[in-house]
Design a protein around this ligand. Structure first.
Ligand code: SF4
Ligand code: SF4
Ligand code: SF4
Length: 199
């Protein structure tokens, strides 16, 4: 039996809202667990006492809607793609402004303004732009750590944005932190002491 579980949203089987491909991320996550020998090493610590809360839960969501509940996973990534704007193609129709539920786009005095800090990279804006003035930008992943339910539920900490090639590095660090701790607590509790703040 695996001592980890990967919960993936429907983007794996084709959700039209997905802003990034998740298959490669799943492969990277599986590799991290295999290469660290997580199952065998963790079984040696937990042994016969295994309970559901010992599972290392990983969440992967293909867009900001977070259907795989990354906020309550020990380690999770959420796809994020901010729009890229070409003002030469824009006719200021306002469709993107209406489509953005985060109020990240506004038109003031014949100019379209984008507020990066509000953007979740959900793709709603470029999907309604008939002029092609908004296009999907680079693929990033929001990294969330330490979410859990149980007796003392807590939402995961939002660590920052990473590239898909960095997912393995951060997950391996989280796995090794758990393996080195020899603790039988929930993974989220063990990870609460892991400092990713430099990200
Ligand atoms: S998180 Fe986004 S991509 Fe994944 S199933 Fe939900 S709506 Fe679709
Ligand atoms: S939807 Fe496209 S064309 Fe319309 S205002 Fe937005 S960027 Fe410009
Ligand atoms: S990607 Fe989503 S949140 Fe960002 S500006 Fe477009 S509609 Fe708004």
């Amino acid at each position: 039996m695996d001592l980890y579980r990967i919960d993936v949203c429907r983007s794996m089987t084709g959700c039209r809202r997905a802003v990034s491909e998740v298959k490669n991320i799943i492969k990277i996550i599986e590799e991290a667990f295999q290469e660290t020998d997580f199952n065998d090493k963790r079984k040696r610590v937990i042994g016969e006492k295994f309970k559901q809360h010992h599972l290392f839960k990983v969440g992967v969501s293909g867009c900001a809607n977070c259907c795989s509940q990354p906020q309550i996973k020990d380690f999770a990534v959420v796809a994020k793609r901010m729009p890229v704007y070409n003002k030469e193609l824009c006719n200021l129709c306002g469709a993107c402004v209406k489509a953005c539920r985060e109020k990240g786009l506004t038109i003031v005095k014949d100019k379209l303004f984008f507020q990066k800090s509000l953007c979740l990279g959900c793709g709603d804006c470029w999907s309604v732009c008939l002029k092609g003035a908004l296009k999907p930008g680079e693929e990033n992943w929001r990294l969330l750590i330490g979410g859990k339910l149980g007796r003392h539920p807590q939402l995961a900490r939002e660590i920052g944005e990473i590239k898909d090639v960095e997912v393995k590095k951060y997950l391996t660090e989280a796995i090794n932190h758990i393996l080195n701790s020899s603790s039988v607590k929930r993974p989220a509790d063990i990870l609460s002491l892991l400092d990713f703040s430099e990200k």
